[in-house]
Design a protein around this ligand. Structure first.
Ligand code: NAD
Ligand SMILES: O=C(O)C1=N[C@H](C(=O)O)CCC1
Length: 250
């Protein structure tokens, strides 16, 4: 069986360098390009890349994906900073490239995907919910893509269940004291040397709380998800948001 021809964009970055090693180690994949800032995207075409793993930054990702889709190259995207407007723009690019697939995964680690699933499940049973994400201080964006997605999924589950807005009598004297409001769910971002990627979802009901916590302790936690994304995206045209779509979660 022929190997999947894979390229990594952001190949010298924290997660990109780990992805380069993971693709090189995968029996069913061949690393055909490893590009960093300033490298020519035409290299992807010359190298015959079928799938690009995009791990750069929010300022670069749209241009990179536009180039890939114009050349019929599939994308597995870990880069964060997605908004509804950006997703709509990407859908337009995809419509012009039938057959091409893009997976956007706010988080490739299985624990983070399960955290989001469990949080969605719990959302309608508790009056209160807040998300705390904790990352290394070199992270470019806040809140994390994972926290934003978690809050959106919780808000959607609460809306579908007809939950009332959560109680909060605070009259805030200082901007930011209650975090960012993502669809009515407060999200708090901590940046701390020594951390990698962590998240807590705190639920509160009468006389009880439930805390769901996930810790990524090493970038290796993201690699099985990236490799799964590469294997599946080639047969999944259009836009897929969330690795859970490629997992059998029952
Ligand atoms: N989805 C996930 O599971 C997951 C996990 C970790 C990180 N991330 C995201 O991945 C992205 C990268 O994170 P990081 O910690 O590795 O950052 P980083 O700054 O260490 O790495 C980014 C790399 O991309 C390079 N780069 C910038 N512009 C480029 C371009 N146009 N073409 C090619 N390379 C370019 C930079 O020089 C740098 O080496 C961030 O958006 C982060 O939030 C996602
Ligand atoms: O280290 C990062 O940066 C991470 N970014 C993703 C996010 O924003 O959710 C995933 C976790 C690590």
């Amino acid at each position: 069986m022929s190997k999947l021809r894979v390229a990594v964009l952001g190949a010298k970055g924290r997660i990109g360098s780990e992805a380069v090693r993971a693709v090189e180690a995968a029996d069913d994949m061949e690393l055909v390009a490893a590009l960093g800032r300033g490298d020519r995207l035409e290299t992807l075409v010359d190298a015959g890349a079928e799938v690009v793993v995009e791990l750069t930054n929010p300022g670069a990702v749209m241009g990179n994906l536009d180039f890939c889709l114009r050349h019929g190259i599939h994308g597995v995207v870990g880069t964060t900073g997605w908004t509804d407007e950006r997703l709509a723009q990407l859908r337009t690019s995809l419509a012009a490239s039938p057959g091409a697939g893009v997976l956007i995964a706010p988080n490739f680690s299985i624990g983070a995907v399960l955290t989001m699933q469990f949080a969605q499940q719990a959302a309608r049973f508790f009056e209160s919910v807040e998300v705390v994400e904790l990352h290394h201080p070199n992270k470019a964006d806040a809140p994390s893509g994972t926290a934003a997605r978690t809050a959106q999924l919780i808000a959607k589950a609460r809306e579908e269940a007809g939950c009332a807005p959560q109680p909060d009598a605070t009259s805030t004297a200082l901007d930011g004291a209650r975090g960012a409001d993502v669809d009515g769910v407060p999200v708090h971002s901590v940046r701390l040397r020594g951390l990698l990627a962590h998240q807590e979802v705190l639920f509160g009901g009468v006389g009880e709380t439930l805390t769901i916590r996930h810790d990524s302790l090493h970038h290796s936690s993201f690699m099985p998800g990236i490799l799964l994304g590469v294997r599946r995206v080639v047969n999944t045209p259009g836009l897929t948001v969330g690795l859970e779509n490629f997992l059998d979660l029952g």
